[in-house]
Every structure is written in structure tokens, then in C-alpha cells.
Design a protein around this ligand. Structure first.
Ligand code: FE
Length: 244
């Protein structure tokens, strides 16, 4: 079996959110797809370890927000790499309440769907959850974020709870020719022999490129980043970066 061919699937990236007894939860999903048109139903696949899974199954409702192409990476870090049990992902985020009662994230999104759970199927590690769309709306006439764009721009892989997770070392072994496997992975750029990887999410800080999205110009050494610098993906502080 070839693992890299799993990246030939086209996906978008979405925020799935729900609320039960005042507790809000949400996560980033790429597996969200329409399964019927009459009535309109969507399916999502949610890891059992995600706090959101329990909240969706208890409340019987969830929302899907379609992220915009030039998304703020803080929202990816908070919703994609943090746990709803550890942080309030909705603090500082613009959201509305759907007719189902589910919170709907409208920040950084181009459209949303408000759904009621019709069925859930236990798939071992994940629940496949089918929801009927009660309501939907467009927020902005902009391009949605695709999973391919996310992978190419941010050089990121799926987090472990994702249905599309592939172990990084196995994937890299396939992507890099055998003769070069002792060298650095292809996405790690070298600046005076150094770049820095976030050990939590795998984001690579490349001093040659800097991080212009938050005002860090190209050519900024890691040591010269402000002390309060945070990983743009998972929000981890500088101490979680490892020199490679
Ligand atoms: Fe990170």
C-alpha cells in the first residue's frame, strides 16, 4: 500500500462545533462531505478522543464552518491542535448561535451549515456522524481553504486524531528517494545549517523565510525572535522548538 496516494483525495478544511449544557467544543476537520441532497445531509468523522465527539453525541447538534483560503493560523492552532478541555477555543472568536442551538464560528469562514444529528456509526477510532442541514448561509464571497493548499503552504501534516493522519516518518520515507533518506526532509530549509521545528505540531520555523504573516522579516534568526514568540500553528512558546 502506498500512503502518499491518500494525499490525492481532495478535501476542504472546516471547523466543527457543538454545545451541550453550556459547554462549547470544536475542532478542525477535513473529512466533511455531503452525503444526500433530499434531505440535505452531511457526514463528519470525529475521533473518539476529541472532546467535541462527546458534546455532539450528547447535544445531537453540530455546525460546520467552511474556512477561508487565507486563514489566520491562530484559529488552526487553537481548533486543530489544542483540546477544548485545556483552552476556551471560542474566546475572542466571533460566533453565532444556530437554530439547532449549536455555536457557529463565523471568523475566518466563508460559509456555514447548522445540523442535527440523524445517525452515528462507531468506526473504532472515530465516529462517523450524519447530520441533516437545518440552515446554512454564506459569510463571504471568497475562496475556501483546501487541504492541499494548507499542506503546500504550511508544510503541515494531519494531527494524530485526524481520520487522514499518516505517520510522518512513514510518509517521508516514501516521499524521499532511498539514496537521500539520510539527509534532511525536503520541507526543512537550511539557514546557516539551522531551522527549528515545533515539537508539538511539526511547524518548521525557517530563519531564511521568517514569518511575514506576523511581521517577522525573512532572515530573522530564531534567537532574535521576541521572547513571547508563539508557534503560528499550535500557539506553543519558543521553548517547544527544537533545532534541526
Ligand atoms: Fe506548533
Amino acid at each position: 500500500m502506498k500512503l502518499k496516494v491518500f494525499h490525492k483525495f481532495s478535501y476542504g478544511l472546516y471547523i466543527i462545533a457543538s454545545e451541550h449544557l453550556g459547554k462549547k467544543a470544536g475542532y478542525i476537520a477535513n473529512t466533511t462531505f455531503q452525503v444526500t441532497s433530499e434531505p440535505p445531509q452531511l457526514a463528519i468523522s470525529c475521533h473518539k478522543n476529541n472532546q467535541t465527539a462527546e458534546v455532539i453525541l450528547s447535544s445531537g447538534v453540530f455546525s460546520v464552518s467552511v474556512l477561508k483560503k487565507e486563514v489566520n493560523m491562530k484559529i488552526i492552532g487553537d481548533f486543530g491542535f489544542m483540546s477544548s478541555g485545556d483552552i476556551d477555543k471560542f474566546a475572542g472568536i466571533k460566533s453565532i448561535k444556530g437554530q439547532s442551538g449549536a455555536p457557529i464560528v463565523v471568523d475566518n469562514s466563508v460559509a456555514w451549515f447548522d445540523c442535527k444529528v440523524m445517525k452515528s456509526i462507531d468506526l473504532g477510532t472515530h465516529y462517523l456522524i450524519i447530520g441533516e442541514v437545518l440552515d446554512s448561509d454564506e459569510i463571504a464571497d471568497e475562496d475556501p481553504l483546501t487541504y492541499q493548499h494548507y499542506r503546500e503552504k504550511y508544510k503541515m501534516y494531519s494531527p494524530k486524531n485526524s481520520p487522514t493522519y499518516i505517520e510522518k516518518s512513514k510518509l517521508e520515507a516514501e516521499l524521499i528517494p532511498v539514496s537521500e533518506q539520510a539527509d534532511e526532509p525536503e520541507h526543512v530549509h537550511i539557514f546557516n545549517g539551522e531551522s527549528y521545528v515545533c515539537v508539538i505540531c511539526g511547524y518548521t520555523y525557517n530563519p531564511e523565510e521568517g514569518d511575514p504573516s506576523i511581521g517577522i522579516p525573512p532572515g530573522t534568526r530564531f534567537e532574535d525572535l521576541p521572547e513571547d514568540y508563539k508557534c503560528p500553528v499550535c500557539n506553543a512558546s519558543k521553548e517547544y522548538f527544537k533545532k534541526v
